[in-house]
Design a protein around this ligand. Structure first.
Ligand SMILES: C[C@H](OP(=O)(O)OC[C@@H](O)[C@@H](O)[C@@H](O)Cn1c2nc(=O)[nH]c(=O)c-2cc2ccc(O)cc21)C(=O)N[C@@H](CCC(=O)N[C@@H](CCC(=O)O)C(=O)O)C(=O)O
Length: 142
C-alpha cells in the first residue's frame, strides 16, 4: 500500500525533500552547509502525512525543531500539526525513528535555543525580525 505523502508547495523545499526521498539520506541536502532532518507528521486538518525538512539540532539522542519560518510574523503551519499530533517520525541521515514532540519554555527552552543557534546561526537573526517568540519543540524517542 503506498502511503500518500504530501510535499511542501514551496518549490525549493519540495526539491530538497524529493532529493532526500530519492537518495534515502538527509545528508544529500544542506542549508548554509548545515545539516537537515526530515520530519513526517500528520496534517492537523487534512490528516495527510506531510514531509517537512528542518534544520538538524541534536543532543544526546533528542532533537529540537524550531518553528522559525525565516522570522515570519506567524508560525509555520507545521507547528499546528505537531501541536495537534506530537507523535512524528524523524529521519537523520538514513536513520529514522519515532519521536514525541513537546514545546519547551523557560530554562529548558533557553538551553535548546542555544543549541539551535549553534547548529544554525541564522535562527538568532530570525528572532530579531519578529516579536513572536519562535517556538522550540523537543523531540524525544517514543
Ligand atoms: C508552505 C507551508 O509550509 P509551513 O508548514 O508553513 O512551513 C513552512 C516552512 O517552515 C517549511 O517549508 C520548512 O520545511 C522550511 N524549512 C524550515 N522551516 C522552519 O521553520 N525551520 C527550519 O529549521 C527549517 C529548515 C529547513 C531546511 C531545509 C528545507 O528545505 C526547509 C526548511 C505548507 O506546507 N503549507 C501547506 C500545508 C500546510 C499544513 O500543514 N496544513 C495542515 C493544517 C495546519 C493548520 O492546522 O493550520 C494540514 O495539512 O492539515 C499548504 O498550505 O497546503
Amino acid at each position: 500500500m503506498n502511503v500518500e505523502y504530501e510535499l511542501s508547495p514551496t518549490a525549493w523545499v519540495r526539491e530538497q525533500t524529493e532529493k532526500i526521498l530519492k537518495t534515502g539520506t538527509t545528508e544529500c541536502v544542506e542549508i548554509n552547509m548545515r545539516p537537515v532532518v526530515l520530519v513526517t507528521m500528520r496534517g492537523a486538518k487534512s490528516g495527510k502525512l506531510r514531509l517537512v525538512p528542518l534544520m538538524r539540532v541534536e543532543h544526546n539522542g533528542s532533537y529540537a525543531i524550531v518553528a522559525s519560518r525565516g522570522g515570519a510574523p506567524t508560525h509555520p503551519a507545521w507547528y499546528h500539526n505537531v501541536k495537534a499530533e506530537p507523535r512524528l517520525e524523524l529521519q537523520d541521515g538514513t536513520a529514522r525513528g519515532e519521536y514525541i514532540a513537546r514545546e519547551v519554555s523557560g530554562q529548558e527552552r533557553a538551553e535548546w535555543w542555544n543549541r539551535a543557534v549553534a547548529a544554525f546561526p541564522p535562527y538568532a537573526e530570525y528572532q530579531t525580525k519578529t516579536d513572536r517568540l519562535i517556538p522550540v519543540l523537543v523531540l524525544e524517542p517514543a
